[in-house]
Design a protein around this ligand. Structure first.
Ligand code: N01
Length: 515
């Protein structure tokens, strides 16, 4: 089925990004939009990840929309069901359901140069035309499954953390958990008591700080509801505490040594066995990989039925896992907590822009973008949580709201000026990428560890190497001077020239260097 009239805006995905964008469109009086969702429910990563122990590692007062704060969070770090329920509530409250098209998995998007609109194809066979497309597809949803020899020979259940098989009862089973990232350190404590034996296959020991989690009392929740100022204050405090971490990540790395002492104490207070302590003590600079938080991970590893295996996995066999020393670990279930393909979420898409330019060709040298929102050659397409806008130190919801403000302003200016095409200029993009990659060099993420933040060449296309308030200032207004714009009557060549030193370029420069 092909829609005849082009939608004003097609939003892809119903996680924080897609829902936030939809709410903003409605607020701006745009009703001619639809939100396409592959599943039958909203929630993005908070719908997909249902593994035991799944919770946010950013406090919920901050990890929620600024305009939709929830006084009823039951604890400081809400668990997955509560965050998913919050997103469903927000959807209902803002009356988004009439705009949402479930069962629509985007398979291809191509730009029509003549008509200046996007042709969107979905797995269910539907095709949709849209003048603008906003991609809120997230970066952490394509499971990264290592290709171990013999993986298909294993006769028991094996699944990825983001595709948890709830039909399998782990009670009394022997279980292998591969990986020790943010997901694994939540899964291991949640299942350790019910399984007979748990082998944690650790390739790299992570830094794990104590988690300042606690339940909110009824009195506190009532106070947050009655006096929103108190919740705002709590949110601001949490924001500032997190933002300050970036000082250590970029400018004052010795401060990270102090944090390492806290993390070592976290190990020592829970693990008495010296060999195990040594095994789980990281050998890289704190912050280089994501800093994890947990109060129950180390106590779980210290349990008698849990073994940490540091030998490399050589192969998967019919009955379990064999390590590089030839030792066999027989297990009933294998859980791959091995992370996600990050930038690939966009780079693997069937996504073609002007003159059939494929995203794979545009990004041959890396995921180059402007503000992580536009990429040259893909007009009228906006990414939320695009390249270089992930965070190692603060709440992604804050970044998403900054991007939504920018995209909403771009769309508003396009409507007002009747632009049919808005495409970021390659020179503006090059300048931006140069600043970002330059700033990246002095961050802790470039201190030599291997992480999913980096591509095969060691370049970081994932994280924002600055303060989040700097990003917010840079995304407050859309500046048409950095784009080629065209009205329906004009030739595609007509552009607004970039002034020698425009306001945005000045901001980009000064805020990034301040960041
Ligand atoms: O994935 P990860 P994750 N053999 O990539 C190991 C978000 N998140 O799902 O470190 C053996 O961090 C790999 O080892 P190494 C959050 O942004 C958020 O845990 O590469 N091991 C690592 O230990 C997070 O950062 C929340 O040496 C292999 C693990 O698998 C992101 O999701 C909660 C291997 C992968 O860790 C991803 O977290 C949960 C192999 N071949 C997740 N390949 C919040 O609370 C990989 N590994 C918001």
């Amino acid at each position: 089925m092909k829609s005849v009239k082009a939608l004003e805006v097609a939003v892809i995905g119903t996680g924080f990004s897609g829902l936030g964008m939809a709410i903003r469109l409605k607020k701006d009086g745009v009703e001619d939009f639809a939100v396409f969702e592959k599943a039958a429910d909203v929630g993005g990563t908070w719908r997909e990840n249902t593994y035991p122990g799944c919770a946010c590692d950013v406090p919920s007062h901050l990890y929620s929309f600024s305009f939709e704060q929830n006084p009823d969070w039951t604890r400081a770090f809400a668990t997955q069901p509560e965050i998913h329920a919050y997103l469903k509530d927000v959807t209902r409250k803002h009356d988004l359901l009439p705009h949402i098209r479930y069962g629509h998995q985007l398979t291809a998007a191509s730009f029509d140069d003549e008509l200046c609109q996007w042709n969107l194809s979905f797995a269910n066979g539907n095709e949709v035309l849209a003048k603008n497309v906003v991609l809120g597809i997230g970066g952490l949803h394509i499971p990264q499954l290592p290709k171990f020899d013999g993986a298909d020979d294993f006769t028991g259940p094996a699944f990825h953390s983001a595709e948890w098989n709830h039909d399998i009862d782990l009670t009394g089973k022997k279980v292998a958990v591969i990986g020790t990232g943010a997901s694994a350190i939540q899964i291991i404590p949640a299942i350790a008591d019910k399984v007979e034996k748990l082998y944690s296959f650790q390739r790299t020991a992570p830094w794990v700080m104590p988690k300042p989690d606690r339940e909110y009392s009824e009195r506190e929740k009532a106070l947050f509801a009655k006096v929103p100022f108190v919740q705002n204050l709590s949110r601001d405090l949490i924001y500032n505490q997190h933002e300050v971490r970036f000082v250590a990540f970029r400018y004052a790395k010795p401060l990270l040594k102090g944090m390492e002492l806290v993390a070592r104490h976290n190990i020592n207070k829970s693990i008495k066995n010296r060999v195990l302590r040594r095994k789980v003590t990281p050998l890289f600079d704190m912050g280089c990989k994501r800093v994890l938080i947990s109060n129950d991970y180390y106590p779980a590893l210290a349990k008698p039925n849990v073994d940490v295996v540091t030998a490399r996995i050589d192969q998967v066999t019919e009955t379990g896992i064999k390590d590089s020393g030839g030792k066999q670990y027989d297990v009933d279930v294998i859980i791959y907590a091995t992370g996600f393909k990050t930038v690939d979420a966009i780079a693997n898409m069937n996504f073609s822009g002007r003159n059939g330019l494929k995203i794979q060709d545009a990004w041959k040298a890396g995921a180059e973008s402007y503000m992580g929102i536009h990429t040259a050659g893909f007009p009228n397409a906006y990414f939320l949580m695009g390249p270089n806008t992930g965070l190692g130190h603060n709440s992604m919801v804050y970044m998403i709201e900054s991007q939504i403000q920018y995209v909403a302003d771009a769309l508003k200016q396009a409507r007002k000026n009747q632009w049919s095409l808005v495409d970021v200029k390659p020179e503006a993009q090059r300048h931006f990428v140069g600043r970002i990659q330059g700033a990246m060099k002095s961050t802790v993420w470039a201190s030599g560890c291997q992480s999913w933040y980096l591509d095969d060449q060691g370049k970081n296309w994932t994280l924002w190497p600055g303060f989040t308030f700097a990003y917010r200032a840079m995304t407050r207004r859309f500046d048409p001077a950095v784009c080629e714009v065209k009205t329906s009557a004009e030739s595609p060549k007509k552009t607004v020239p970039i002034p020698k030193r425009n306001r945005l370029a000045r901001l980009t420069g000064s805020l990034l260097s301040a960041a």
